[in-house]
Design a protein around this ligand. Structure first.
Ligand code: 5AD
Ligand code: SF4
Length: 479
């Protein structure tokens, strides 16, 4: 290994779960003296892959870099520091990053002082870090999901030593409050309520890359949301790999239902949350969502498969019947609720009949939106050791059939809005057409609409006129 500072990830350690209490760090974030002006006159370029947890981490990373004096550039060629915040959930997400590393390599020739960094979930993978060390000498700095707060020192060390720095902790993780944040949205904000995952679904790498389930204190979350409201934010999305598990590690009974109720009472106009696991979605949670007008009627409820045997092998902890019963209970109490989901096809040994059960589930729940994936083996997970006898062409064909069905229901559901009125939080002018505004309805439908005197961050009433595949068109109603 070339000279450098190495603390490498360990898959074995990442699997460990103890009963030790989580450390919650409240000390105010202070930049070490040496790093305070490190970024002055320098620019960074940050690219984020993957889920909202990564997006939110990137807001912290930008907050830290700006505090160090860096300015952000959208052009890789101008950057003194390039950082990729990566995703490991499927192989194609990783391949994208590895391809990007190859493309960006040439920038080092024109700028030998350029520092190249990689963080996020790929950095937590033992196998990937070994690959980077062997085959990607252009990467100077690697850090993981547990030590973002260490970025100033790690960057300083890399710049000064001109040697490679790898610092990845494979531990259960802490909760670190008070890190700087540069929010990407002016009206919509992500708020972490918990980190990590203890579900260990057999296909999923997340419990290894993000550590154990650990909740922020309720008071810290409520203060953050009150501040966001005071700053004029209109919407918060409560984030966690499984928000339903909120508070279990703190010994709070019905933690998520209680938290959601408290958040709603703050009175911010819109509250969303993601992601919910069907296994511990309680009736009390349904009641809280139903009770508050400002908790949005749009639920992401990953099903993964419609077949109970598959669900068992996936380690999902619910049967097809239990999922349907939960769906029924939600729709009975919240009739205008929309549903989105995640589905995996081609899990090891999935038969045509089992796949049919997934199609039947789509018929039953008539999802508004489904994120559909071909199963991707992840090194270190139990499913990666299962014999996968489903041929690649069968997987692709199943995905296509599934997507066709999902598309039909999405369109059918959208048609129901024609002639109706929805409330839209305005994001701004549409990216595709600067004559129209765009934003999301309470049900989480993308709405493009025309109107006079509209401003970003307004909540406006829009009458729906027609339907496109993935959006609705409408006209603002004059007040
Ligand atoms: N292969 C395919 N899809 C996966 N997901 C998670 N792990 C895998 C995997 N190994 C999907 C699940 C999850 C979503 C975030 O990604 O559907 O809900
Ligand atoms: Fe992965 Fe399952 Fe945890 Fe979701 S609940 S992050 S799919 S292990």
């Amino acid at each position: 290994m070339p000279k450098g500072n190495y603390q490498l990830p360990s898959l074995k350690d990442a699997k460990i779960r103890t009963r030790e209490a989580v450390k919650i760090e409240h000390t105010l974030f202070k930049l070490p003296e040496t790093t305070r002006n490190l970024g002055v006159g320098r620019k960074f370029y940050l690219r984020t892959y993957g889920c909202q947890a990564n997006e939110r981490d990137s807001e912290t990373i930008v907050g830290i870099l700006v505090a160090m004096g860096f300015s952000q550039t959208q052009n890789e060629e101008d950057a003194d520091f390039i950082l990729l915040n990566t995703c490991a959930v499927r192989k194609n997400a990783e391949d994208k990053v590895l391809g990007e590393l190859g493309m960006l390599k040439k920038l080092k020739t024109s700028n030998p002082d350029l520092i190249f960094g990689l963080c996020g979930c790929m950095a937590q993978e033992e196998e990937i870090v070994q690959l980077l060390l062997k085959k990607y000498p252009q990467v100077d700095l690697i850090f993981g999901t547990h030590n973002i707060h260490r970025l100033p020192e790690l960057l300083y060390q890399t710049m000064m030593s001109k040697e490679r720095t790898v610092e990845v902790y494979s531990k259960e993780g802490d909760v670190i409050e008070n890190l700087p944040v540069k929010r990407f949205g002016k009206h919509k904000a992500w708020v972490n309520i918990m980190y990590g995952c203890d579900k260990f679904c057999t296909y999923c790498i997340v419990p290894y890359t993000r550590g154990k389930e650990r909740s922020r204190l309720m008071n810290d979350i409520l203060i953050e949301i009150q501040e966001l409201k005071d700053q004029g934010y209109k919407e918060v999305t409560l984030l966690g790999q499984n928000v339903n598990a909120y508070g279990k590690d703190l010994g709070i009974e019905s933690g998520f239902a209680t938290l959601l109720d408290e958040v709603a009472k703050i009175g911010i106009p819109r509250v969303r949350f993601t992601t919910s696991h069907p296994w511990d979605f309680t009736d009390q949670m349904i009641d809280v969502i139903a009770k508050h007008d400002n908790v949005m009627p749009a639920i992401h409820l990953p099903v993964q498969s419609g077949n109970s045997d598959m669900l068992k092998i996936m380690g999902r902890r619910y049967t097809s019947e239990e999922y349907r019963s939960l769906y029924d209970r939600i729709i009975t109490k919240i009739p205008n609720c929309t549903f989105s989901t995640d589905i995996i096809v081609g899990f090891p040994n999935e038969t045509e009949e089992q796949f049919q059960d997934t199609l039947d589930m789509v018929d039953y729940c008539k999802y508004d939106l489904a994120y559909t994936f071909i199963y991707s083996p992840r090194e270190g997970t139990p499913a990666a050791n299962m014999i996968d006898n489903v041929p690649a062409d069968v997987k692709s064909e199943r995905l296509q059939r599934l997507n066709e069905k999902v598309g039909q229901y999405s369109n059918m559901n959208n048609q129901k809005y024609v002639g109706k009125e929805v409330k839209v939080l305005v994001d701004g002018l549409s990216k595709k057409n600067d004559q129209v505004y765009s934003g999301y309805s309470e049900e989480n439908k993308l709405i493009n609409f025309t109107g006079e005197n509209i401003h970003e961050g307004d909540i406006v009433r829009v009458k729906i006129t027609d339907v496109k595949s993935w959006s609705l068109n409408g006209e603002a109603i004059e007040e």
